[in-house]
Design a protein around this ligand. Sequence first.
Ligand SMILES: [Zn+2]
Ligand SMILES: [Zn+2]
Length: 794
Amino acid sequence: MEPSSAATVSGDPGPEPSPADLLRRLRARGAGDPVTHVERVPARAGVPAPWPSWAPAELREAFARRGVVAPWQHQAEAATLAYDGGHVVVATGTASGKSLAYQLPSLATLLADPRATVLYLAPTKALAADQLRAVAGLELEGVRPACYDGDTPRAEREWIRRHSRFVLTNPDMLHHGILPGHAQWSGFLRRLAYVVIDECHTYRGVFGSHVAHVLRRLRRQCARFGATPVFVLASATSGDPATAAGRLTGLPVTAVTEDASPRGGVTFALWEPPLLPPDSSASSAVAPAQAAGGHDDVPDLVQVRRSALRETADLLADTVAEGVRTLAFVRSRKGAEVVAASARRALDEAVPGLGKRVAAYRGGYLREERRELERALLHGDLLGLASTNALELGVDLVGLDAVLICGYPGTRASLWQQAGRAGRSGQEALAVLVARDDPLDTYLVHHPEAIFGAPVEATVLDPANPYVLAPQLACAAAEAPLTPADLALFGDGAKEAVDELVAAGALRQRPTGWYWRHRERPEVDLRGEGGAPVCVVESATGRLLGTVDGGSSHFLLHPGAVYLHQGVSYVVDELDLADGCALVHTEEPDWSTHARDVTDLSVVSVRSYVDAGPVGMFLGEVDVTSQVVSYQRRRIATGEVIDTRPLDLPTRELRTVAVWFTLSPQSLTAAGVQAADVPGALHAAEHAAIGLLPLMATCDRWDIGGLSTAVHPDTEAPTVFVYDGHPGGAGFAERAYGTASAWLRATRDAIAECGCEAGCPSCVQSPKCGNGNHPLSKPDAIRVLDVVLANLPA
Ligand SMILES: [Zn+2]
Ligand SMILES: [Zn+2]
């Protein structure tokens, strides 16, 4: 590190460089220019709106006491839609004041009708507690807001059911407590005017599909008591929020997406770490993979780019040397410590003592310690902080001069939440996204429109999943017999599911409907994702740390796996599948683990397809047999592969939903793909396609799997499959099918735009590959995707 002048090296909060100047200096440090794009996100003045005429004076005054003098345009618009009886989702940026959009109509209704009630649902208890404070702080007469969750003392529960008119809870409590006990809640449900669903984008995949049916069960109970509540939802910005909210509630929902709140200006840079010289990686990568994988001559994941952690550490040292208050977001706590330690070392080498102005934030601080940290950063005693996103919980840090984001955090919502830490009032700030070696990161730094343009990533769920629908119908029947009219409420496949429940002896059909036959209620875990969840237990203390759904357990909890829980690192000693538990101990090794599986797949049925000449695109049911066979250990700081170790785990069978495409062998030959290169071409395309799917749907690598083959017995053609990793599907493959040309276009571009020669982890290699990333052909993958895109209708 070479600080530019003595004056800035001291770290004195003197005149700070503008974001543009700072960025110019940062990018001039290395040889090439790592910046692929700079976006100036201009400051925006808020657009206030008058209070709606229906908002009572008492409510306006209560908000005014809390500093809200007028709503922003989007708040007023959503509030009025809801007050007029329409279901509405407000999908705007972080800190845009979404809560006012539902507080206004629901509280106005409570004031106008002294009998009306409101049910508020949050994904976490902490958020519900925050909202309770906000609503209680308005001090409105007769509202009596209260949280009702697993922590609520028995003694208070009855009082809440009888007297609270604004109950805050979560979907789990609604499912396990409120709906089964609907008789005790009849007074509340009969008068229910609004259902508020906060952070509704978190209800995705299998969990989201369960919640969709819990909401249908709620609507059914309300209807029995004669109530038809209005649904108001709040979402992070996403692609097509109205459709997602409609699927979640089963109702037509209007979206309000125009954000009218003010924000500070940000200079946002996309940063791609440079490729390393070819010889520097050879020694670290090839040899160790032979130990277990059996691919003696196969190059394994070769480190080709400088690691995002190293790059972030250097940037942190450089910004701190400039006297700039900087926060670096890193995925794991170990990673955050590596970044902080490396930045401290670089600073101390330049100016002894300067290193102590950089710290790593470790989760689990006491409240006073967190306040001390905030104070130190605010006053400039501390200039640099490296943190996991655990910081999002409980530390109030705003007004930083720069934010470094090490690796795309998975969703645009998280990205903007992290970038949103930068910027003091009226001042410009700098945000830098440092790409990791991952196809999605590579794509994003070369396609800024995917970050700064209209969002395409949608929240997906699939309420028709039979593995979700059947147990949810059983719960509904246990609450009250199902009638034919109810089946329409639960949507496609409900009749078939009920017939199967009858055949299985769970329901009995009578002239008046379907009755639950057992004394006990059905046991259904909303977050179980099919398959029994595996408990993670700390051996030394017997403490239950959490659960992992059965489907992911082989990947995440195999013996030797490094398991991260709330930023703390554990190593798995034993995975006991018979007992459904994994025994772990705390340990922070300087490597991460990556499990790999091998897969077999057969087509059960085709749900939909597009016949595009030599190319076919399909959506349907498949049976997948997979086995996690080994895992790789990689150095956290450098990404270097240490070794690959074998595992002895049973195979898993999965009936799920897949998207797949086929190509005629002739079309491949015509495109210049030699027959011998077809397997490598398809395999490379499959890896990149899986890596890019999170661009279209909020999912991660563990939610999806893939298989490619030069000839598949069921399609009799070269085929690439991408499937949902959860029993019955979760909506990811369906979304991929619906956006196939955009998805595969992005996949093609990510491969073509990666600067490597023969394929690397930033484009076609996958850390999850059960075949040791062999065979792979990067140029032929581009040819394959070109054939698909040339034939597929846009
Ligand atoms: Zn590459
Ligand atoms: Zn593979």
